[in-house]
Design a protein around this ligand. Sequence first.
Ligand code: SAM
Ligand code: SF4
Length: 437
Amino acid sequence: MKFFIETFGCQMNENDTERIQFLLENSGHEQTVDISESDVVILNTCTVRESAKNRQYGHLGNLKKIKNLKKDLLICIGGCAAQDLKQKIIKDFPYVDIVFGTQNIADLPDLINRRISTGRSICSIEDNGFDPELFKVRRKHNFKALVPITIGCDNYCSYCIVPMVRGNERSIEAEKILRTIEELVFDGAVEVTLLGQNVNSYGKNLKKPYTFSELLEKISDIKGLKRIRFMTSHPKDFSNDLIDVVKNKDNIAKHIHLPLQAGSDKILKEMNRNYTRKDYFGIIENIKNKIPDCAITTDIIVGFPGEEKEDFLKTMDMVKKIRFNRAFTFIYSPRAGTRAAGMEDRITMDEKKQWFRQLLEIQNTISFEENNKLIGRRFEVLVEGNSSKNNTLLEGRMENNTIVNFEGESNLTGKIIPVIVKSARTFYVKGKLARDY
Ligand code: SAM
Ligand code: SF4
């Protein structure tokens, strides 16, 4: 059968999609990018904010129209929203054939067979624990790969649904990670991105405890691996050792994504983040002192329950002082089942939106100014393909994660090449291939 798959949400979900592709292709199915010719449609969903859920519900509505025209089309819903809403999806959307949880991906080929042979809808949300076949995936590109190093999360930030839909944190054995990356490099990968909800707590629950810095150092010794990225770092577990490893190893990208979430100690405590603004400033100072060129990006939530204007101004103050290269900003979205969903929230949505706009305005100005500082400099860029904005240009990423668009032949895709930055925009820069290339 031909399957069409659409992915919502974070890189963890992208990685799950790569696994689904591998499993279905291995069972004799074929992927299509044209939904109208598909026999199976899979939505790999996200539930971290209500807006993502609403968009996915919109897609489910559209799928009903397609299914009305093509009665035997199978609709499968997986990922975090499926895990969160379980039976409710089949109840509210009776034309959905299969709902499968975040720990039931490996069962999908069997679930499809069962659905066809029994004719009955299936909801498979079982706690299957750790999946040993986690690294068997179908990658879009050979030159870069996502590599999960931890699954789930134990931090229970009071606003966040992730621990409920992804389970407790489990670290993958270091040997297995190292072997996988060696194989990836053998197959042509030059860049790997290590994934975890809190990569800094890697290894705590392994039989033989391991720190993230130790793992990173071992990975960076793999011959032929040109670039290593990792996300997400959590300030509460961030160590000085890690800064030293990033500084000393040439193939570790000089970019740290360190979600701040809020700038007020009162709100950080209510969020259960386990660090203070002073702790966060301390980490930033250490990074900037040791790796002056390191890009720092962050996530910020505006309008958490109990956040007052003076708390918000403390976030603005940190944003102005730290000057993040980029910030991913969100208006707080209550998630049923989290502690924050039961907290009193007096600030109106209009006021939250106003704060959000103020934050965005100041951060966009900073991002633009920081990108302008790159003009005239030469950077090594991994070419990722044609630009999504203008397909006559190539798009690549500098070591510090800045996106650069420039003219060049498509056959440069997958190569690391020198580019000189010529002009800056808020979210990317424009450049030119260095003359000596
Ligand atoms: N594990 C990562 C960490 O701790 O920073 C983040 C994972 S979460 C998928 C990505 C971002 O979504 C978070 O950093 C947070 O800013 C945002 N987020 C999570 N729950 C949210 C909520 N209920 N409302 C608004 N934003 C939320
Ligand atoms: Fe959610 Fe906090 Fe875990 Fe990140 S660390 S996934 S924000 S609970």
